[in-house]
Design a binder for this molecule. Structure first.
Ligand SMILES: [Zn+2]
Length: 552
């Protein structure tokens, strides 16, 4: 295949088909924010919604006109006219025109079974509806994209009729004809074979719209492009009903890096991971860690042999450079790790190493013991870095716990639960003793610890707890089982996780809480950490060292 000169239109339908996913409800403001992100990325079309279906979409089409856009065409979505109506007075078609977009997507039926059973009209009238609607919109000077709904299923049942619907759209003057795998049931070879047959009969450029019900959403889109589709429709993060739509976060980098279509600005592609995360946030969805290219795990390495190889030559275990899609390489730390993981992690943190790092062995030993107890540091990079710091000679504890007590009290059914924590900590040679209430034991301990430390470390006020998770490690032991507590904290833009394990949930929480505050303060306050920060500035990592000393 030729490279470098080809181009395919990217058509985003996150705001319409993507919003069909359970749990997603975009405000107009969310939609406008997504439009700006995708315009900047270099997407060609954004389907803004179905103006005929709800007033929120009508409002969107009004307000989007106030945004100045660089590349993208905003598209309104709607269906063909109703059976046996006059196209110029049809409500579907009117709503499309009222959106006042330069391009519209018109969906029509191409499966004979749907025409007679869902639409309840004749096969001939359906062809008239397609041709009439497109012809009318073309006369108004609008670009028309025809979405042939259920095309692949329709073609498999009745290829002649399915093709006739496309011919009706072609005769009506459609600018692009999009073959839709609406049920997501097709496999890549079927897509390529059917698309090749259609290409022989249809003049208009073809597009592809796939769903992920067989796990083939992105694969079917890519194979369609390889067989001549000129437009790909999909959604950010593959959002969509059931198993979702084809994921543009996978398709766009595949088109750029694998098919080598030279159409995206490499600098803009570096925003892809961020766009994926922002859209997840606005959708109120948890980002998918294992998502290709943009997921948190997409370039995370765990096994020691991998890490050793990655540290020497990144391409040995990575198919593209993570930074090219705005992602980053992560080295996970676990008992499977060799020494090279620890050294990589240290390198990542730019700790100055002389020609020797005896601490690595010590950290690895501690790590193995802790993991045996049930610790896991993959979501707790704050606790892990503390381990390294504690192994270094410059480490000085900011405070030491002498003891704590938590009181829970509920005298009668219906009473509020009363929670109070008292703690005793030593800061240097000062002993501080405080008590605080809270809405739960962890909150009360957090409040008491802050009360004790805030006067001495005022920057503690900037550190906030943002998430708290508990995992039972051995369900069989029921309430006697060990628990692992994971706390996420934040200071400005910086976020870190810390972990604690115990058979007592209060103690596990306490361990994670103390790490969270100590790590946050060390980043802000510690005099001993200034060595660490100087080292960051001066750091010169000796590549030879990591290679000669790795022992996996
Ligand atoms: Zn769809």
């Amino acid at each position: 295949m030729e490279t470098g000169t080809k181009r395919v239109q990217i058509y985003d339908t996150t705001l319409r088909d993507g919003a069909q996913r359970e749990g997603i409800s975009f405000s107009v403001g969310d939609k406008l924010q997504i439009v700006e992100l995708l315009d900047d990325l270099g997407v060609d079309y954004i389907e803004g919604g179905w103006p005929g279906s709800n007033p929120k979409d009508i409002d969107f089409f009004k307000r989007v006109k106030d945004i100045s856009l660089k590349n993208v065409k905003i598209t309104a979505f709607g269906s063909t006219r109703h059976a046996h109506t006059e196209v110029s007075t049809d409500v579907n078609v009117k709503a499309l025109l009222e959106a006042e977009t330069s391009a519209v997507a018109v969906v029509g039926k191409s499966w004979d079974f749907h025409v007679s059973h869902a639409l309840g009209t004749t096969l001939d009238e359906n062809l008239n509806m397609i041709a009439d609607t497109i012809n009318y919109l073309k006369q108004k000077g609008i670009e028309v994209i025809f979405d042939a709904e259920h095309f692949f299923d329709g073609y498999k049942c009745n290829p002649k009729y399915a093709l006739d619907t496309l011919k009706a759209a072609d005769d009506g003057g459609a600018d692009t004809i999009v073959l839709c795998d609406t049920n997501g049931g097709a496999l890549p070879l079927e897509i390529s074979e059917i698309l090749s047959e259609v290409k022989k009969e249809i003049k208009a450029p073809l597009g592809i719209h796939t769903h992920n019900d067989c796990g083939m959403g992105a694969a079917n889109s890519i194979v369609a492009v390889q067989f001549g589709a000129m437009q790909v429709q999909g959604t950010i993060n593959g959002y969509g009903e059931r198993c979702g739509n084809a994921d543009l976060c996978t398709i766009i980098p595949n088109i750029h890096f694998k098919l080598k279509y030279n159409q995206f600005d490499p600098e803009k592609l570096k925003n892809l991971t961020r766009i994926s995360n922002v859209v997840a946030e606005l959708s109120n969805m948890i980002p998918q860690d294992n998502q290709p290219y943009v997921g948190r795990n997409a370039f995370a390495h765990k096994g020691g042999i991998h890490v050793d190889a990655v540290s020497k030559h990144t391409h040995t275990y990575e198919h593209v450079i993570p930074e090219d899609v705005g992602n980053k390489r992560r080295i996970l730390v676990s008992e499977l790790s060799g020494k090279s993981n620890i050294l990589f992690k240290v390198k990542e943190n730019k700790i100055k190493l002389m020609n020797n790092f005896p601490e690595a062995k010590e950290v690895l030993e501690t790590l193995k013991n802790l993991e045996h107890e049930g610790y896991q540091f993959e979501g707790a990079e704050g606790s892990f870095e503390l381990l390294i710091w504690k192994a270094m000679k410059t480490y000085r504890p900011l405070f030491e716990l002498e003891g704590f007590r938590v009181i829970l009290d509920k005298q009668r059914r219906g009473d509020d639960l009363y929670v109070e924590a008292t703690i005793k900590v030593r800061v240097g040679d000062r002993m501080v003793h405080t008590a605080a209430e809270g809405n739960g034991p962890v909150n009360a301990m957090d409040n008491a610890l802050r009360k004790a430390l805030e006067e001495i470390y005022p920057k503690l006020k900037q550190i906030k707890l943002v998430d708290y998770k508990v995992r039972v490690l051995d369900g069989k032991e029921a309430t006697a089982a060990k628990v692992r507590v994971l706390i996420t904290s934040q200071n400005g833009n910086k976020r870190w996780g810390t972990v604690g394990v115990s058979s007592n949930i209060i103690e596990a929480s306490w361990i994670a809480l103390v790490d969270s505050i100590e790590y946050g303060l060390l980043c802000e306050e510690s005099p001993s950490i200034s060595d660490f920060k100087d080292a960051i500035k001066k750091a010169a990592w000796e590549e030879e060292y990591i290679i000669s000393s790795s022992n996996t």
